[in-house]
Design a protein around this ligand. Sequence first.
Ligand code: TRP
Ligand code: SF4
Length: 403
Amino acid sequence: MSISGKQRVLSGMRPTGQLHLGHYHGVLKNWLELQQEYECFFFVADWHALTTEYEDPSIIEKSVWDMVIDWLAVGINPGSAKLFIQSRVPEHAELHLLLSMSTPLSWLERVPSYKDQQEKLSDKDLTTYGFLGYPLLQTADIVIYKAGFVPVGEDQVSHVELAREVVRRFNHIYGREPDFEKNIQAALKKIGKKTARLYDELRRNYQEQGDAPSLEKARELLASQQNISIGDRERLSGYLDGSGKAIFPEPRALLTAAPKMMGLDGQKMSKSYGNTILLRENPSVVEDKIKTMPTDPARVRLNDPGDPEKCPVWNLHKVYSDDSLKKWVIEGCTNAKIGCLDCKKPLIDAVLKEQEPIRDRANEYLNDPETVRGIIAEGCDAARDIARETLDDVREAMGLTYS
Ligand code: TRP
Ligand code: SF4
C-alpha cells in the first residue's frame, strides 16, 4: 500500500564491507530497475549483521557507509528510493518483539538457514536467541512497511515464506484494520458516485443472494479503477467477500532473474570464498586478479585445446561479452588458436569500463560525507514516519494504546 498507489518494494543488505561485482550483477542492477517502477525502500540491515558479528561489531560502522556509497555510486537514486539504516528506525525492534509473542518456536527452528549457517559459520557461536530470531526480525522489517514485494536471492525465500505465515497468524489473532468501515466509506468517495453505486449493488447481490457473477463483476470493476491506492483496492476487495482488510498484507518474494555471478575461482562470487572483484577495486588489482584466474587445466601449453565450460573465465564472458566475442572465445579455445591471456584481455577491459563511472561517482560521495549522511537522515525520517503509523495500528489491534 502506498499513497501513490504503487506497490511497495523493500529489501535489505547486511553491511559486510565493500560490495563486489556479484552484488552489482545479482542484486543492485535489479534494484535499479525496481526503483523506476515501485515505491522502493532499501535499507542497511545492521542489526542483522550483529547476529553474526556480535563479538566484534567494530567493522559494522565502516561497512555501513561503504555500502551506502556503493549503492549511490551504481545509481540507486535517493529521489525515488528511500535509503535508511535499520537501527535508526527502532520501531522494527518493537514490532519484532510483538510478533515474537505469537510466533511458535518451531517455525524459527525449521527455517533452513538456521542450521545451515550454524554449520557453515562453525567458528562462531550462533546458538543465540538473536540468531534464532533473525528471520522474524526480517519479517518485522518487511511488514512494518506493508511491502508487497521483497526482492531476494534464493537463500532468502524461506524467510519471506516465514513472514507470510507470521502475518497470517497475526491477522487471524488480532483481526482486521481498525477503522475499516470508515476507510471503506472514504475509499468509495474516491472512486466516484456512479462507480461506488455499482460496486455496492454488486456487493449486495453477492452477499445477500450469493450471486457469484456479481462478485466477479465487482472484482473486474475494481481492477479497472486506475486512480485508487493499493490499500484502498485491498480494502474494497476485502469488503466484497466480507473478509475486511488485514492489518498486514502478505509479502511476496521477488526472485531475481539474473543468473549467479561466478567468482574468480568458478564458485559463486562471495566474500567468504575470497574470490571477488570489488565494485571499486583498484584497476591494477582488477587486472592482476583476472590475469591470475585459473583456466581450463587441460590448457597447459598454448597448443593444447580447451573447453570454456571447464573454465571460470568463460563465466565472466557470459556476463560481459557479446555474441561475436563469445564465438571468438569458443573457437579460439577449443582449437587452441588463442592464449588464455588473449582471452582475458577483453574481460579486463570490460570490467574496467564498467567500473569507471562507478568509481568516479563513489569518489564524489567519499569526498562529501555530509551529503551521504543527509541522504540517509532523510531516508530514515521517511521510513520512520511510516513505521510509526504501522505501530500505531498494531498497538491498537493488540490493545496497547492506554488512551
Ligand atoms: N537477510 C537478508 C540477507 O542476508 C537481509 C535482510 C534483512 C533483508 N532484512 C531484510 C532482505 C528484509 C529483504 C527484506 O540478505
Ligand atoms: Fe578459459 Fe579462455 Fe583459456 Fe579457454 S582460452 S581456457 S576459455 S581462459
